[in-house]
Design a protein around this ligand. Structure first.
Ligand SMILES: [Zn+2]
Ligand SMILES: [Zn+2]
Length: 96
């Protein structure tokens, strides 16, 4: 036999369970959003281009690719960056 008090206790337990379930779901959603944001951020960061010599961030038109084909970007404005890179480049003829 279920008394008045038992029913109230059951209702309270149900409410607490429900609340915990909701919180768990909310946390999962927030975590998924966070993971998506981190992935996008990392992708954007990897897409950015930096000078291979001075490591300054480059924008379109401010850099050249290594003429020896190693794929490094070097400042277009600063001839020093290109020349220094050429001496260190893994693709330079005297490195082989
Ligand atoms: Zn540079
Ligand atoms: Zn190079």
């Amino acid at each position: 036999m279920t008394s008045h008090v038992d029913a109230q206790i059951q209702a309270r337990i149900a409410a607490a369970t429900n609340k915990r379930q909701q919180q768990r779901q909310q946390r999962a959603e927030l975590d998924a959003n966070r993971q998506a944001g981190l992935a996008a951020r990392k992708k954007a960061k990897l897409r950015r281009i930096y000078c291979g010599t001075c490591a300054k961030p480059q924008r379109r038109g401010t850099y050249l690719r290594c003429p020896l084909g190693c794929g490094a970007a070097v400042c277009r404005k600063n001839p020093h960056c290109g020349n220094t890179h050429l001496r260190q480049c893994d693709n330079r003829p005297e490195a082989a």
